[in-house]
Ligand binder design. Structure first.
Ligand code: PMP
Length: 293
């Protein structure tokens, strides 16, 4: 897109000029943190929650974001206006900044702030209508004690290895297990299953990103439905014997999953509770855009 404006450290530049130094430790080491954010009808969905997660991630890797939260929120909102978009996907990154070739972050005096806003690239429509196919990846999710998945860092190689497995299997997503064999999350989405009237998702201790969509869906279930939602550890077998499975994420929203490792989930069609939650989530995004909250 020719008219794209990317924010880099105080400047708005065109796509061709949107460049960072090869000495940036974000490039050299994946040393940085980020957020994937969505705007609906000109309103940034749950911006404050995204920014809180960003500052938390930065804090956990001893990275000081060189801008206070309200000012960063203004940059994100401005990026929508600069790009003339009302429905968009926004990528906000804080990189460690340029240093030398060693690992030492102290050699990077100035972290960089980058904000890219673009049109959405979603899963194809038929995935929402027919349900998504997925696999269980052999690649295990990072150990919480090694690189905590609740830190949304720029180092996504663990997820990419699982994504490569999905690509090789010809499916769009891969479900990752932790080293104990419990289901953790997908390469870019959280996992839920439904059994009877109970909706289950792995707890943070399973090694997951605390998804903004995950939280919104849990809130919807508690406030708007007769179902109950619980966080508990579970193994792949439990997922395969569920009535319904769905994934959540900023880009994907709520998406039904109907086949895992070539096995059908229940009837192999998107289930009624998932369809209900998809509608309720859409309603929520519309309502929050109207009320500007
Ligand atoms: N897990 C991972 C690994 C992700 O990258 C994402 C997408 N950011 C999610 C879960 C879903 O989180 P959210 O709902 O905040 O987009």
């Amino acid at each position: 897109m020719s008219g794209m404006k990317v924010y880099i450290d105080g400047k708005w530049v065109g796509r061709k000029d949107a460049k960072v130094s090869v000495f940036d430790h974000g490039f050299l080491y994946g040393d940085g943190v980020f957020e994937g954010i969505r705007a609906y009808d000109g309103h940034v969905f749950r911006l404050n929650q995204h920014l809180k997660r960003l500052y938390r991630s930065a804090n956990l890797v001893s990275l000081k974001i060189p801008m206070p939260l309200p000012k960063l929120a203004a940059v994100v909102r401005e990026s929508l206006r600069k790009n003339n978009l009302r429905d968009a996907y926004i990528r906000l990154l804080i990189t460690r900044g340029a240093g030398d070739l060693g690992l030492d972050p102290r050699k990077c005096p100035r972290p960089s702030i980058i904000c890219i806003t673009d049109k959405l690239a979603l899963f194809p429509r038929e995935c929402y209508e027919e349900g998504l196919k997925a696999i269980f990846a052999k690649t295990k999710r990072n150990l919480t004690e090694a690189l905590d998945p609740s830190i949304k860092s720029m180092n996504y190689l663990n997820n990419i290895l699982a994504k490569i497995e999905a690509v090789k299997a010809g499916v769009p997503e891969a479900i990752m297990l932790n080293v104990q064999g419990h289901v953790s999350e997908c390469t870019g989405d959280n996992v839920f299953y439904i059994k009877g009237k109970t909706i289950v998702t792995p707890p943070v201790s399973a090694g997951v990103l605390v998804g903004i969509t995950r939280a919104a869906v849990m809130e919807i279930v508690r406030k708007k439905t007769p179902y109950r939602v619980v966080e508990k550890l579970f193994k792949p077998k439990e997922l395969l014997s569920a009535d319904e499975v769905f994934f959540t994420g900023t880009a994907a929203e709520v998406i039904p999953v109907t086949r895992i490792d070539k096995k059908s989930i229940a009837s192999g069609r998107p289930g009624p509770i998932t369809l209900e939650l998809m509608d309720l989530f859409k309603e929520l995004t519309k309502l929050e855009a109207q009320l500007k909250i």
